[in-house]
Design a protein around this ligand. Structure first.
Ligand SMILES: N[C@@H](CCC(=O)N[C@@H](CS)C(=O)NCC(=O)O)C(=O)O
Length: 234
């Protein structure tokens, strides 16, 4: 089973974190971990073709993030994105919106004021607020109760909530293959990343052909496929 915190180490070598932090070589700096919420942002940066560094954030032996990263994101979650002006952004869905808006020529965000834009924002928010947070309950159940004995029950509830969240998404998103119809947007990349974390990815793909079509189109995109592989995505 794959999820956002259980990826194998990367097969490819990325520049060691400390070297990256010393050299300000590119405009964007994405603080990431293989297979984590950074994967969608990394895929978007690759499609946009903008210069960026990916900085892997290691975990300490006790599972916490190092102090230097706490200074970047006090919640110590990945992703965090350093923008060209040096400011830091957290929240993966906001990064998707911001980056796609900064590069309108790529056509990955519907124009503000359109019906497509409304659906794009609706589903990005939905995926972030429901699916992503349900995934966190599924994979960090011990954080959702003061009693460790509740972890299995938290996990079981998260699993059934996730099935419901995806059933709603599948039913309401339109005809597909993408969220706004025939044109791929940043929201589809985000959806595909979250789909890959499902606690029953093969079962979900079998049960929901529309979600499978979306996922397959994203995973097969020539600029996304290498990022997907590096992140251990199915
Ligand atoms: N709301 C945040 C959530 C980020 C998040 O929870 N990231 C997970 C990885 S998928 C993480 O860093 N977990 C490590 C931890 O909390 O210890 C976002 O959308 O960026």
């Amino acid at each position: 089973m794959l999820h956002c915190q259980e990826r194998k180490p990367l097969a490819v070598q990325r520049t060691p974190v400390y070297d990256q932090r010393m050299q300000n070589t590119s405009a964007y700096k994405l603080y990431a971990r293989p297979g984590a919420g950074s994967a969608a942002v990394e895929a978007l940066l690759a499609i946009l073709g903008v210069a960026h560094d990916v900085v892997d954030v290691p975990k300490e032996a006790d599972g916490t993030a190092p102090d230097w990263y706490r200074a970047i994101n006090p919640r110590t979650e990945v992703p965090a994105l350093q923008l060209p002006d040096g400011s830091i952004m957290t929240e993966s869905a906001a990064m998707m919106i911001h980056l796609a808006d900064c590069h309108p020529e790529a056509g990955l965000a519907p124009r503000p004021g359109t019906a497509e834009r409304a659906q794009y924002l609706r589903w990005l928010s939905y995926l972030s607020a429901t699916v992503y947070s349900t995934d966190l309950r599924l994979y960090y159940p011990e954080r959702y109760s003061t009693d460790p004995a509740h972890a299995d029950a938290v996990k079981a509830r998260a699993s059934s909530d996730l099935a419901r969240d995806y059933a709603i998404f599948d039913q309401e998103m339109g005809k597909g293959p993408f969220i706004t119809g025939k044109t791929m947007t940043a929201a589809d990349i985000y959806a595909a990343m979250l789909l890959s974390w499902s606690d029953d990815f093969p079962g979900l793909m079998k049960a929901k052909p529309k979600l499978k079509a979306l996922y397959d189109a994203i995973a097969a995109h020539p600029k996304i496929a290498p990022v997907w592989r590096r992140n251990g995505m199915p």
